[in-house]
Design a protein around this ligand. Sequence first.
Ligand code: DX5
Ligand code: ZN
Length: 226
Amino acid sequence: MTVPPPIVAPSILAADFAHLAEEVRAVEDAADWLHVDVMDNHFVPNLTIGLPVVQSLRAVTALPFDVHLMIEDPRRWAPGYADAGAYNVTFHAEASDDPVALAKDLRSAGAKAGLAIDRDTPIEPYLDLLPSFDTLLIMTIKAGFGGQRFIPQLLDKVRAARRHVDAGHLELRIEVDGGIAADTIEQAAAAGADAFVAGTAVYGAADPAEAVRHLRGLAERAAPGA
Ligand code: DX5
Ligand code: ZN
């Protein structure tokens, strides 16, 4: 396995929404990406933030935005996030009838394209689409809420994706999201993930920046071949 150096992406879903700019600055020097969870109360039951918040946050930080769209009709909304300056825009396989077309739209709008696979969705039907994508986000919980318990069985999907990416020499980040913390990140890294979303484990910590650095160190040491 050849796994690039790990990326840690704090999820602002676990931050204090009344002080978002300060919460982002708290991880500015430690994080690689900032993970922004957009939920529409239709694709998932929860409702979070949308484009105006992303536009406002874009002005207060240099961190690349990793936007995770848990919404219906991503073809209608996703390119707006690319236009707003998101580095990577990930939409759900379950919400899209033509993922490759939307990936092309996102890339032409100047963003990386990400495909997300929810808890109950098998990975195999999507493996052949991966050359059109820059990131593959494998949920390690059921999408919709922060603070849930990590489901280790879902790492089988990470292993399958890593084998496929390595065999095809694809340039693709394999990202895990849900319940990633100091006691779970190593198994995810060993399975072949190289990007790690962490909400509660970062913003629930006394020192969020230190939590990010600690998580990255654990992932580095647990990576295959490390
Ligand atoms: C949930 C979101 C996650 C969430 C993770 O559907 O996609 O990004 O913020 O939160 P934790 O790290 O607390 O599981
Ligand atoms: Zn997320």
